[in-house]
Design a protein around this ligand. Structure first.
Ligand SMILES: *Cc1c(COP(=O)(O)O)cnc(C)c1O
Length: 361
């Protein structure tokens, strides 16, 4: 006899991690930082190791106060989780009853549909527009009396597109104020749009906005699991109720504080990733692969491109050049921008495509 399991889990796939590469290969499948942790971060974590027989500080005062100061918000508005994925789950649990709707663009962050289903809510996926960007008009039109939460992933994973500042502001104003708009800014540090949409400013100006930030990408702490939301006080209080107790370790808290204190050093690393993103984009463009202009630490190549190279075959070509990227069969491929060596490998691998191209007519 089989143990009773939740019927609805049939529709929930296990989270698919970016492929693990062979030793020596470039892992460009999970949008991680290509850089190992800063010495100051390693030192801060090492100092905490002697305390791991104790539970961590659930209020995480040092990291929350530092964040409050940097962001110009009340510490009360900041709530943590074991990665912003956990915080996204908290937001869904805090706003939905079974059967309520959570809307997001599609394709967007892979975790959204599963998190929504696990909470017993209903995912509403609104297709991206022809430019692989959020279709805000379609999203507005898709709001129903059951909608409780809308994720705007900005820049969007996996396409790297951004929502313009005025467009996002207009969207938020048009959304009923009893419905929470969550701006997921996992990649905000890589956004070089001259007047980018600033989630924290939007949070200050509107009563129904929350912002998600993570230490996993620009700060290079993916393995330690720490992320946070900035949300209105009533929402923050609800998030504290649904959070997994002690989900954020003392090691992660210490690493986050050390990272916030080393932002100048991190900025240099981030700039390198942005530069390499540009180099990768140019090479993909020259090969006729129609990459999408990206403001994140990765570039998206759609399955339909002038070179006629599918995501699956581009994935194989990259692998033969010691690069592992994230393939979405039939849709496209997402290649994280690593360091100069990683991107050098991408450029070398696709040079054979450029060579095989017939002369432009
Ligand atoms: C990577 C990512 C996150 C962050 O995940 P963590 O749980 O903080 O590691 C959140 N949102 C999006 C869109 C992402 O791509």
């Amino acid at each position: 006899m089989q143990v009773h399991l939740r019927q609805s889990l049939t529709h929930v796939p296990p989270y698919r991690q970016g492929k693990q590469p062979l030793p020596g290969a470039s892992k460009l499948s999970s949008n991680e930082s290509p850089h190992p942790p800063l010495p100051a971060v390693v030192e801060a974590v090492a100092q905490q190791l002697g305390t791991i027989h104790r539970y961590p500080d659930i209020a995480a005062v040092p990291v929350r106060s530092l964040l409050a100061e940097r962001l110009g918000v009340e510490a009360e508005s900041i709530t943590l989780g074991a990665g912003s994925v956990e915080v996204a789950a908290q937001l869904i649990h805090a706003t939905t009853e079974p059967g309520d709707e959570v809307m997001f663009a599609w394709r967007s962050f892979e975790a959204y549909p599963s998190l929504v289903r696990i909470a017993g809510a209903v995912p509403v996926e609104v297709p991206l527009d022809d430019n692989a960007a959020h279709d805000l008009d379609a999203m507005l039109a898709a709001i129903t009396p059951r909608t409780r939460l809308i994720f705007i992933c900005n820049p969007n994973n996996p396409t790297g597109t951004v929502v313009a500042a005025e467009a996002l502001e207009a969207f938020i104003s048009a959304v009923p104020h009893n419905l929470l708009v969550v701006v997921d800014e996992a990649y905000v540090h890589f956004d070089r749009t001259p007047s980018r949409a600033d989630g924290i400013q939007l949070f200050h100006r509107h009563p129904h906005v929350a912002v998600l930030h993570t230490f996993s990408k620009a700060y290079g702490l993916a393995g330690l699991r720490i992320g946070y939301a900035v949300s209105p006080p009533a929402v923050a209080e609800a998030l504290r109720k649904v959070a997994v107790p002690f989900g954020v370790s003392s090691l992660a808290q210490a690493a986050a504080v050390a990272s916030l204190q080393a932002e100048d050093e991190l900025a240099v690393r981030i700039e390198e990733v942005v530069t390499e993103r540009g180099r990768m984009f140019d090479a993909l463009q020259a090969a006729g692969l129609n990459p999408v202009e990206s403001q994140a630490n990765f570039v998206w190549v759609p399955d339909q491109n002038a070179a006629g190279v599918t995501a699956v075959s581009l994935g194989e070509l990259l692998e033969s050049g010691k690069v592992v990227a994230r393939v979405f069969p039939g849709e496209g491929i997402r290649i994280s921008s690593g360091d100069a060596t990683d991107v050098g490998r991408v450029v070398a691998a696709i040079s054979t495509i450029a060579a095989a191209q017939p002369a432009a007519v």
